[in-house]
Design a protein around this ligand. Structure first.
Ligand code: NA7
Length: 891
């Protein structure tokens, strides 16, 4: 007898009518249907409940004219059963709502799912009962439900937002909501119709409503970017790809960033000419591919404001070319948010609809609605009489359908509404601390609405059901996220913020569309594939961050944070691990140099600066090459002498090119990157003596180089930072040159290898302990290593120029960098530190790859500007960081 049956019998005796199941599900849409199928196959008893009269979820309700999906239907399908995929053929590239609903009905029939679904049934309250370790659900219709596990498959956009406009009740005409369009349809012939809202629902329905209405007035608060869908049959190229290898196509989608198998763009905006960018844009405009437009143009379109603006300009140009009245075109052109930060739309003749004589646009930014009256809509400029008002005003997204639907009371009587009062807190977007055995499918904190929902839904359902099976096998009856894991997820979500521009717009992604709702990016923007691998890791690391309990089994809690690396660092390290490279030191010095040179060819090119010039400078016994980076701004500029990384063995004056360009742009200073000589050909102390000599030469020739005469600054990364640090000590002791400040990024400062960071980060973070041993051996004989020119930490530190010292958490060199900063400070040197959480040794030099390091590079640039007595730079990244993930604020 199953556990549910036992409980059922016991309960019947006392309560009579409660339905006992292993798992209860709310929702019978994409997620609910797959849940019922998988749970049943896994041998769980299950009941699903839905307020609707049939399956479909969002697609049951959202049946306004023109409603379609805007991910190509080939991708917007279940993939769990190849036979199902063979049995169903979509007729259109973007299926209409009726076809999607037919598909979901077909799926329900095929697997006989309806027999476990209670339609017309609302869950009124859900309460966790500690004593039985079960959820008790009271329902609007029929028996209450007792379940071990409670799964919310309620969708992200299913709780409509109230109109929030005074006077709605006074209106004497007809009122409709796109999200609750009457099943029998609406006859608008001969009527004066108003539509409020120009999100996806408004944009899809407006052209069709215009065709029916006598006159259509569109009330627009925020213009949106829309791309023509070019509907028709599914494109043959993608259909062929799917047919060719269905499994591979689906698998590629599962591991992609968006859930759609399209390789992301690799070239950056600044690597493409205007013509090339326009060609790419026109191609995607003609293809009508929204995911393509979001990901395929150039690699930085999604995370760089300026790169995104190039795309937004092209969009606005299109709008002006379609809409004949310039004022209307202007009003329809979005200017207040980057493309993609607010959900862009797919349309059919949307912009052209405004060329019709019977369509009027009211720009609510210029004339806000003051009230709805008996006869129509009044703005602060005029009254417009209408017979029908259509509200296309959207949803209380992501959290609305979970917490507003019914009270959910977890452990110790805590309500989810209270726990989420300052915004949703979840672990993986799937579970909530304090709410055992409660699961959210595509909840806040999961990729959900920033992904192809069908892929994310299948992943969540599979992960949850697999966990339930594993719990059952191990004898556990409850599973609950820990506070540590949940706080860690919040931090990870916040770390992901710079990966996209979603934080820069007021949207339903951020909760800004609902008055009074806490604001912050709710979906996980770190990508579908990375998210999948994280969920898999949680399971493979012994259910990291979960407390598992059960009768007669010892409690298990492997507590911790699942992602401690910055999200892009995690991707870079994952890719490096996959490459399975031999240790760099195994190549020998020349082999390692060749390897690094080859490796650098694959990195994004550096960004443009005013001028790049190569030259040589004299040292006592020869010439050193250098590369000078000059800002585009008028000079003379302050001058920074820069030393590249590479363990005194590898690299050259060009090898940190993207980093030098970035510093040049951010600081507005000249950077002179010096090609100092390397070991083993030139062992200690050649590199540091070259560094000192080069700095002196640059200081003496600053004016000739176009620089500002006076003190110079020095900067370096890794072994280059060692040279910069030593140069400051030598300049102090040898009578100049005058140095205004030193920027030391992950510096080598000492020859001791027993600090914790050398042990904790010995392997796995690219710069390994054995590679450092190798560098030291090649560069410097053991007897010389305590010389302050090799280990500046062992030198006199008083009287050094002010320093900005950057260290990275996952770097063997971390602790000696911190030790140097602290020792300088103790010696009276003004020191600032940036201890970069989640970063590795190469984070700051991998410009445009590790974008989460951009903020730190901005801070370094400002430190250099402070040292040079210049005002703080107008921070490129500050304009992007005014809203982060609210989970972070709470953590
Ligand atoms: P959206 O995208 O939230 O759009 C709602 C629209 O309604 C949007 O233009 C809003 O302007 C506007 N709106 C909302 N409230 C008001 C008030 N009070 N006055 C004037 N205008 C208002 O919802 P949709 O249903 O179109 O689409 C939802 C998602 O479904 C879509 O993104 C796809 O993923 C599928 P605002 O932009 O807030 O200024």
């Amino acid at each position: 007898m199953s556990e549910a049956m036992v409980a059922d019998r016991a309960s019947e005796a006392t309560h009579g009518v409660t339905q006992h199941v292993d798992v209860a599900v709310v929702g019978a849409g994409f997620a609910g249907l797959y849940l019922v199928h998988r749970l049943r196959k896994a041998g769980f008893t299950v009941v699903a409940m839905d307020e609707a009269g049939d399956v479909g979820g969002t697609w049951y309700w959202n049946r306004y004219p023109g409603a379609r999906c805007d991910i190509q239907t080939i991708d917007y399908s279940y993939s769990f059963d190849p036979e199902l995929e063979q049995a169903w053929t979509w007729s259109e590239k973007y299926a209409t709502q009726p076809e999607i609903l037919r598909y979901l009905g077909f799926v329900a029939d095929r697997y006989d799912l309806r027999r476990d679904i209670r339609f017309g049934t609302k869950v009124l309250a859900a309460t966790w009962i500690d004593a039985t370790e079960r959820w008790l659900l009271t329902t609007s219709n029929g028996a209450d439900v007792s379940c071990r596990h409670y799964i919310m498959a309620t969708g992200c956009l299913s709780a409509p937002k109230p109109p929030e406009i005074d006077g709605v009740k006074d209106f004497k005409g007809e009122i409709y909501f796109t999200s609750r369009w009457p099943h029998q349809g609406v006859d608008l012939k001969g009527k004066r119709v108003a539509v409020i809202g120009t999100g996806s629902s408004g944009i899809q329905s407006i052209p069709l409503l215009a065709e029916q209405a006598a006159h259509l007035t569109v009330f627009q608060r925020t213009p949106n970017f829309a791309l023509p869908a070019h509907n028709g049959p599914p494109p043959s190229d993608r259909a062929a790809l799917l047919a060719q290898d269905r499994a591979a196509f689906r698998e590629q989608g599962r591991w992609s960033m968006t859930g759609v198998p399209l390789p992301p763009a690799t070239e950056f905006s600044f690597q493409l000419s205007d013509t090339e960018r326009r060609e790419r844009f026109e191609k995607l405009w003609a293809a009508g591919d929204l995911v393509g437009m979001l990901t395929q143009l150039w690699a930085d379109q999604g995370n760089d404001v300026d790169a995104n603006a190039l795309l937004a300009d092209l969009f606005r140009e299109k709008i002006r070319s379609i809409v004949t009245d310039p004022d209307t075109a202007d009003a329809l052109s979005p200017t207040d948010h980057p493309f993609g930060s607010k959900r862009p739309c797919l349309d059919t003749d949307y912009y052209a609809t405004f060329n019709r004589p019977d369509v009027t646009l009211v720009n609510l930014r210029k004339e806000p609605i003051t009230a709805i009256t008996a006869s129509g809509i009044t703005t602060d400029k005029r009254s417009i009489d209408v017979d029908v008002i259509v509200f296309a005003t959207g949803f209380d997204a992501m959290t609305g359908a979970i917490k507003a639907i019914h009270p959910i009371t977890g452990r110790a009587g805590r309500s989810l509404t209270d726990v989420w009062a300052d915004g949703p807190h979840t672990y993986l977007g799937v579970t909530v601390a304090g709410f055992p055995n409660l699961f959210l499918i595509t909840g806040p904190g999961s990729p959900s609405v920033l992904s192809n929902m069908s892929v994310s839904i299948e992943q969540h359902v599979d992960w949850v059901v697999d966990r339930l099976i594993a719990l059952r096998e191990a004898g556990f009856t409850s599973m609950e996220a820990t506070e540590t894991a949940q706080a860690g997820w919040a931090r990870h979500m916040a770390d992901c913020a710079p990966l996209t521009l979603h934080r820069l717009a007021n949207t339903w992604y951020t909760g800004a569309n609902v008055p009074g709702k806490p604001q912050g990016v709710m979906p996980y923007n770190g990508g579908v594939g990375p998210y999948r691998s994280i969920c898999n890791e949680v399971a493979s690391q012994g259910m990291l961050g979960f407390r598992l309990t059960g009768p007669g089994v010892a409690e298990q809690c492997n507590d911790g944070e699942i992602v401690r690396l910055q999200p892009d660092v995690r991707l870079v390290l994952g890719m490096l691990a996959q490459m399975n490279l031999p240790p760099i030191e195994s190549f020998g010095a020349q082999g390692a140099r060749d390897f690094v040179a080859e490796f650098n060819k694959s990195r994004p090119a550096g960004r443009p600066v005013g001028e790049v010039k190569d030259g040589t400078l004299p040292v006592a016994d020869g010439q050193l090459p250098y590369r000078l980076y000059r800002p585009a701004t008028p000079g003379p500029h302050a001058v920074v002498v820069y030393f590249h990384g590479g363990g005194w063995v590898l690299g050259d004056e060009l090898s940190d090119d993207p980093f030098c360009r970035d510093l040049c742009r951010r600081t507005g200073m000249i950077l002179v990157s010096v090609g100092y000589r390397h070991a083993p050909e030139h062992r200690f102390p050649t590199a540091v003596e070259d560094g000192f000599a080069a700095t002196r030469w640059v200081a003496e020739h600053a004016a000739e180089l176009g620089g500002r005469p006076g003190p110079v600054l020095v900067a370096g990364w890794s072994a280059g930072a060692n040279i910069a640090a030593v140069t400051c000590q030598l300049a102090r002791d040898r009578g100049g040159p005058e140095i205004a400040g030193q920027l030391l990024v992950c510096p080598v400062t000492d020859c001791r290898f027993d600090r914790a960071s050398y042990i904790d980060n010995a392997t796995g973070y690219f710069l390994t302990r054995s590679l450092m041993f190798w560098f030291w051996d090649i560069y410097c004989a053991p007897a010389d290593r305590t010389d302050p020119r090799a280990s500046p930490l062992r030198g006199q530190l008083a009287g050094l120029p002010p320093a900005y010292v950057v260290t990275c958490e996952f770097d063997p060199l971390r602790d000696e960098g911190i030790a140097y900063a602290e020792a300088m400070q103790a010696a009276g040197v003004p020191v600032e530190q940036l201890q970069a959480r989640g970063h590795f040794h190469s984070s700051f030099t991998m410009v445009d790859v590790v974008v989460t390091s951009a903020d730190g590079r901005g801070q370094m640039a400002n430190a250099l500007r402070r040292f040079a007595g210049l005002p703080q730079a107008a921070e490129q990244d500050n304009k992007q960081s005014d809203r982060t993930n609210f989970n972070a604020a709470a953590s």
